[in-house]
Design a protein around this ligand. Structure first.
Ligand code: BGC
Length: 755
């Protein structure tokens, strides 16, 4: 410790105090790669390490961007590269001025925050956005978030979270796009495009921070932070594709995960961080640790002390240390005596400087600090309107028996029951950034302003039953509030609490037509709801415009078309239970006398399947046709088309889903796997031909020898409105064999629709 302090002190003494000379890098000119090297050559070891240090601007998740004198001295000494959980054009501008004008090298700071589903205008939580099956919608939300966040002085968001989540017990399922790699890839890429816009150097874009690389969502038992122990094939096919899609979309940064993969904590996992990400994918951006995850390498039992943790993380490819101060305290001494480690340190510093350059911070460090722009950017009427449009797109109609929905305008008396109906805070979700509860229009507020005869009962079965009896229709708000999902919010039991079950049973017993509005950020095991409600509307956590979006949907002014991005199980004990299972040697049969792959105490089917979602109108599918019967493994492509008709009397969207199956391959393949989707708007009676163009690479599998392979043989193609509602099929033949270079799920599929 003492030795380290002396070394640090010596290195500080070695700093020449004179201002930059004429030959040195001009402070405010965007340096090219060569200039970054020149800047690096002028840096002391302590200054280099400083660039890798990310510190908290305030208490965790609270914002206090006016830092005290000691903190400012650190900035002056070049000991900080970035702050997180900060905000505000003016205070951050003042802080930037200290870095740029009062530190020896004048290197600007990076300001970061978790801007996940909105900054001030809060949009639906990411799982809900994925239920829109409309990546453009997610791109739009991210774009607006970036416009607002960049106006508030921010350069960097820790989003998108692209962790595939196949276990709804995991609380962080709310932050991602659900259980499927293909759907997740489309949403990952869309959000990166939204945050980073036309390019990092534009003043209204922020750097995406794709997280948490690479199988955080596979935590055993759905317990947050637990080890993921999965096969290489599952890692490659089910978990990594969205990360790969984000790399192709140009994400400028990634974050590691807290957990270990097969016993190797991600934050010290060179095979993953260097091998896959940098060597295989050729990605060269900035890698940040998760919150104190370098320090946690000790708790994981792979580092005996902080020095070992620092070395492990840097060697594995972690450039920036979020909050743990392990790099700050340990790296100077370690690197000074180890040229190989110094080379790693230089590499990491170069990456930090490169993103600062790409953001345009060397050219103009103050371009994110315009208070007038900040005032004008927040929660504009246009942003609110978009929040409502996207919230409507995310709503999923799970059940609608007897056409209870939509409600007639003259629906009579409505009993609105449940505390979630006016829980405005919950609609902001778990990452609310600068979202305010008072900005939220909740269900109760929206319903009472749209309909004159509404009685709201928050608690108590007796009062609820009385209200339902006296009403023409009962709307019961059930599910989970915002605090049941998110980080460290894993639950072994994802059924409704008993009090909600009792309330449901009592209200249902009144015989009044019953609509359940289901709130929450995860799939729930709710067979009682499916059984007892006449209609079920899944409304997630929808952001500032939750209420108006739900009410417009209840009244039929918006026609729901969201689809489940994750399977709803029948029981907590039935998870994980994702849709794309491998076939078994003993396929499920309900014949109890036979031994098959099933549960004996309940049906071996989901409550609501992946891709499920109803509409107020109906759709018919014609035959599926291919433009050719076979394609070459080496470079072939096929266009698959299906006519779809709106057979009802209302306009509405259908999410046309394309699934594939490889019935005979060198390894067992999923019984059904998503490989294309398109959300299409239809007028009543309208027919449109929806087509998808796939290349042979879309049918690749992770082969037994470790690599993407396209194998010869038949591929079954299936289209329909859900994974369990296939409406048309066709068969394609792949001729020959070839290698592929990218995970098929991460590869976009071109789609179109035409009259
Ligand atoms: C979370 C990250 C987040 C970080 C900073 C961590 O606890 O795992 O997702 O970006 O905190 O807030």
């Amino acid at each position: 410790m003492v030795v380290r302090r002396i070394l640090v002190a010596l290195s500080l003494l070695a700093v020449p105090l004179a201002p930059a000379s004429a030959q040195e890098i001009p402070r405010h000119a965007a340096p090219a790669e060569a200039d970054i090297d020149a800047l690096l050559a002028r840096m002391t070891t302590a200054e280099k390490v400083g660039q890798l240090v990310q510190r908290m601007g305030g208490r965790q998740r609270a914002l206090n961007s006016r830092l005290g004198p000691e903190e400012l001295d650190k900035v002056r000494r070049g000991e900080v590269g970035s702050y997180l959980h900060v905000a505000g054009a003016e205070p951050l501008g003042a802080l930037q001025r200290v870095a740029v004008e009062e530190s020896r090298l004048g290197i600007p700071l990076l300001f970061a925050m978790d801007v996940v589903h909105g900054y001030r205008t809060i949009f639906p939580v990411p799982l809900a956005m994925a239920a829109s099956w409309d990546p453009d919608a997610a791109e739009s939300a991210a774009r607006i978030a970036a416009v607002e966040a960049s106006a508030a002085g921010l350069h960097w968001t820790f989003a998108p979270m692209v962790d595939v989540a196949r276990d709804p017990r995991w609380g962080r399922i709310v932050e991602g796009a659900g259980e499927d790699a293909f759907l997740g890839s489309a949403f990952a890429a869309a959000q990166v495009r939204g945050f980073q816009g036309a390019g990092l150097s534009a003043a209204d874009t922020i750097m995406a921070g794709t997280k948490h690389f690479g199988a955080y969502g596979a935590a055993e038992g759905g317990r947050d932070y637990a080890d993921a122990d999965i096969s290489e094939r599952t890692l490659r096919e089910a978990y990594l594709p969205p990360f790969e899609a984000a790399a192709h979309a140009g994400t400028a940064s990634y974050m590691t995960a807290f957990n270990a993969l097969g016993g190797v904590p991600t934050t010290g996992n060179a095979a993953l961080l260097r091998g896959v990400l940098r060597d295989e994918w050729g990605w060269n951006g900035l890698m940040v640790s998760d919150w104190r995850s370098i320090d946690e390498l000790m708790a994981h039992g792979v580092a005996a002390g902080r020095a070992e943790a620092a070395r492990l993380a840097l060697e594995a490819g972690v450039d920036m240390d979020m909050v743990s101060e392990v790099y700050a305290e340990e790296l100077p001494a370690l690197a000074e005596v180890d040229p190989a480690l110094m080379a790693r340190l230089d590499e990491a510093v170069r990456r930090v400087l490169a993103v600062k350059r790409d953001l345009g911070l060397f050219a103009d460090p103050y371009k994110y600090h315009d208070s007038a722009r900040e005032d004008a950017a927040m929660l504009t009427p246009e942003h609110r309107a978009e929040a409502r449009r996207l919230a409507e797109r995310a709503i999923v109609l799970l059940k609608n028996e007897g056409g209870v929905l939509p409600l007639a305008r003259n629906a009579g008396r409505i009993a609105l029951i449940g505390a979630l109906a006016d829980d405005a805070r919950s609609q902001l979700g778990s990452w609310k950034a600068q979202g305010l509860e008072e900005d939220v229009i909740d269900l109760r507020a929206a319903l009472t302003s749209a309909h004159s005869n509404v009685v709201h009962v928050r608690e108590g079965i007796e009062a609820a039953v009385a209200a339902a009896r006296a009403a023409d229709v009962a709307i019961l708000a059930l599910g989970e509030d915002f605090d049941r999902t998110g980080e460290a919010r894993s639950f072994a039991d994802i059924a409704l609490p008993q009090a909600q079950k009792d309330l449901l049973a009592a209200v249902a017993a009144t015989g009044t037509p019953l609509v359940v509005v289901l709130t929450g950020g995860r799939p729930l095991a709710v067979p009682e709801v499916a059984g007892q409600a006449d209609a079920v509307l899944l409304t997630w956590l929808l952001g500032v415009e939750a209420g108006p979006a739900i009410v417009r949907t209840l009244l039929g002014e918006a026609n729901p078309a969201g689809r489940l991005p994750a399977t709803f199980p029948r029981a907590s004990g039935a998870v994980p239970f994702a849709y794309d299972q491998l076939p078994s040697g003993r396929p499920a049969s309900e014949d109890l006398a036979s031994d098959t792959v099933r549960w004996r105490d309940q049906p071996t089917t989901p409550l609501w399947a992946f891709g499920h979602g109803l509409s107020y109108t109906t759709f018919d599918y014609g035959p599926l046709t291919l433009d050719r019967a076979g394609i070459a493994a080496d470079g072939g492509a096929v266009t698959v088309s299906v006519p779809v008709t709106n057979t009802g009397t209302r306009a509405g969207d259908e999410v046309v889903q394309l699934y594939i199956r490889d019935p005979v391959a060198s390894v067992s393949r999923p019984v059904v796997q998503l490989r294309g989707f398109r959300r299409v708007a239809f007028a009543p009676g309208e027919t449109r031909v929806v087509s998808f163009t796939l290349s042979a690479a879309h049918f690749a599998l992770w082969g037994s020898h470790g690599g993407w392979e396209i194998e010869p043989g038949a591929i079954e193609l299936m289209v329909g409105g859900a994974s369990d509602a296939i409406r048309a099929r066709a068969t394609l033949t792949i001729e020959g064999r070839a290698a592929a270079w990218r995970s098929p799920a991460s590869l976009p599929v071109a789609s179109a629709d035409a009259p």
